[in-house]
Design a protein around this ligand. Structure first.
Ligand code: ASP
Length: 417
């Protein structure tokens, strides 16, 4: 019997949802706070940096640089370069999870408000700091966007070193993913291997299948040498190929703004796939007259609503940062006619900063998994993490058990009120 992993995940998850196997994490629409963040009202401060939470450790130093008169885009680069350099952060730069061929491909874009310039690179291999390469495209070419081999050659010409970006840990997770897909290819233990197991018969209950599959994956991850404490995380990355990115928007005392986004994109993507992160107006957009916004999460969905640009335009027309971001999220929900059985397979966080220092972090779901709400980092004199305001109540990747979708949330338009 042939049984592909894609079919398995799809049928298992949807089966679990349709059968109401377990859970209950998704229960109703989230109620956005009426007031939004304090800084939306009367205490907006400058300078201010907001970014995805994986940049937290690097914001203090970038803020000091900004306070001392440093350029807003350079401050943003100082934040996002930290995760790019960190081999343990498998969402960006060195150690990023690779494409389906085991090659790390990185995307980035930036906008510099004061000079109203932009730079971008997509699908770059072998160069760790693509945020700086995007900035270099802006500063040293007459173009806005370079991709693939041309972008890599440009980076080398600009003095960036070529290096192997695939860490051993990311390689092992990729190998686990390949083995999970191995029902139809030659990867994974062959029939002669003592660990080989016949594909489970399709007649068994879906939830059982999933539990078995998770157990098998844990054993394989252990055999591949993945650290014990990282086993479940590795399995999770295989079942739900993660996205991972950092965006940073910056405003200085003079009112100058910049934004920057960098990513290794969606794990195990097709070679050449570019998400939203290198797209000016999707993964990042800054308008010196209005504000700056950026995104992390499901890139394909964000491209279709031109998220960052939509948000900045919404603010131009009078919406608060939270309203502007929530409106973009509603457009994503609208693209699926409110079908929660599809929407729960995507998630997105928007980081929104208005020119007066008002800001918001908004997300489609509360978080990827229960107990871990989406957070973003803010520094406006004090460094902190804040919980993003979700449009929908529930967690997009809660497993196992998978949450039941309440009937009322399956109906079209319930979210549009
Ligand atoms: N948005 C990125 C992409 O789709 C991934 C992410 O933000 O995690 O490439």
């Amino acid at each position: 019997m042939t049984f592909s992993r894609r079919d398995f995940v799809k049928t298992s998850v949807l089966g679990a949802v349709a059968g109401g196997v377990a859970g209950g994490a998704i229960s109703s629409l989230a109620q956005p706070s009426q007031q939004g963040h304090a800084s939306e009202n009367d205490s907006a401060k400058r300078p201010i940096i907001i970014c995805a939470n994986n940049g937290h450790a690097y914001v203090e130093a970038a803020y000091a640089f900004l306070k001392s008169g440093g350029d807003t885009l350079e401050a943003g680069v100082r934040v996002v370069k930290g995760p790019e350099d960190d081999p343990k952060d498998d969402s960006v730069g060195l150690g990023g999870l690779p494409n389906e061929e085991g090659v790390v491909e990185l995307d980035s874009c930036c906008m510099h408000g004061p000079t109203r310039r932009a730079g971008s690179v997509g699908g770059v291999r072998n160069i760790k700091n693509v945020s700086m390469v995007a900035k270099a495209v802006m500063e040293h070419t007459g173009h806005v966007m370079l991709v693939g081999e041309g972008a890599e050659r440009f980076a080398v010409d600009m003095g960036f070193p070529r290096e192997n970006l695939l860490t051993d840990r990311s390689r092992k997770i990729w190998m686990l993913w390949k083995e999970f897909n191995s029902d139809r290819d030659w990867w994974g233990p062959g029939i002669a291997d003592p660990h080989w197991q016949a594909p489970a018969p399709g007649s068994r209950p879906r939830a059982d299948l999933l539990r078995d599959r998770i157990d098998q994956l844990k054993h394989r991850a252990s055999d591949l040498g993945i650290e014990h404490e990282f086993l479940l995380s590795a399995v999770r990355r295989v079942l739900f190929p993660p996205t991972g990115t950092i965006h940073c928007s910056v405003l200085n005392e003079k009112g100058e703004m910049s934004g920057i986004t960098t990513t290794s994109g969606l794990a195990f993507k097709l070679p050449g796939r570019c998400g939203d992160s290198p797209i000016i107006g999707a993964g990042c957009y800054t308008d010196q007259d209005v504000g700056s916004a950026g995104a992390t999460g499901s890139g394909e969905e964000n491209i279709k609503v031109a998220g960052a640009h939509t948000i900045v335009e919404n603010m131009r027309h009078g919406m608060s940062p939270q309203e502007a971001g929530t409106d973009a999220l509603k457009r994503i929900v609208r693209n699926y006619n409110g079908d929660m059985n599809k929407l729960r397979f995507m998630d997105i966080i928007y980081y929104v900063l208005r020119k007066d220092g008002a800001y918001a972090g908004v997300s489609l779901w509360e978080g990827y998994s229960s107990g871990n709400p989406h957070k973003f980092t803010v520094h406006d004199g004090s460094l902190r993490s804040e919980v993003a305001t979700p449009l929908l109540k529930g967690f997009s990747q809660d497993w196992p058990p998978f949450p039941t979708i309440p009937e009322e949330l399956k109906k079209d338009s319930v979210y549009l009120k």
